[in-house]
Ligand binder design. Structure first.
Ligand code: ADP
Ligand code: MG
Length: 138
């Protein structure tokens, strides 16, 4: 079994889409290991997206991710990382496949509803960014 980190981003919460997105996730056979609702500090958002710190969109991304509540979720499934990336679709919703979460609900390249880890190694780092050990005991 593999784990990945999903985050329902502030636009998802503001648009009241938590239940709709969770339903897609559960329909796709992911098990919810842990879930919480938190407001990221700018420092925490900066740290989470540190790999993008040289990118032109980094400051806007940090503002956006700390602009309201997020819902980080640890998901478990065989092949969870790749399967979740498939379920959410491309970063740019105009390029996302039909039926994907971003195609259905994302506004644009920034406000794209949901995060998904891009590798098993990063999934472990990202899960540890949000969840302590006692929050991961199923
Ligand atoms: P993904 O979330 O699909 O893994 P990236 O890791 O490349 O995408 O980017 C992280 C997040 O930064 C994106 O989900 C999106 O919110 C934002 N982002 C990425 N590229 C852009 C861009 N060109 N303009 C604005 N925001 C962007
Ligand atoms: Mg990414």
């Amino acid at each position: 079994m593999e784990r990945t980190l999903a985050i329902l981003k502030p636009d998802c919460i503001k648009k009241n889409l938590i239940a709709k997105v969770l339903d897609k996730i559960i329909e796709a056979d992911f098990k919810i290991v842990s879930i919480k609702m938190i407001k990221l500090s700018k420092e925490s958002a900066r740290g989470f997206y540190e790999v993008h710190k040289e990118r032109s969109f980094y400051n806007d991304l940090v503002e956006y991710m700390s602009s309201g509540f997020c819902v980080p979720i640890v998901l478990e499934k065989e092949n969870a990382v790749a399967d979740f990336r498939k379920l959410i679709g491309a970063t740019d919703p105009t390029k996302a496949e039909e039926g994907t979460i971003r195609k259905l609900y994302a506004k644009d390249m920034q406000e794209n509803i949901v995060h998904g880890s891009d590798s098993v190694e990063n999934a472990i780092i990202e899960i540890n960014h949000f969840f302590s050990r006692n929050e991961l005991l199923g």
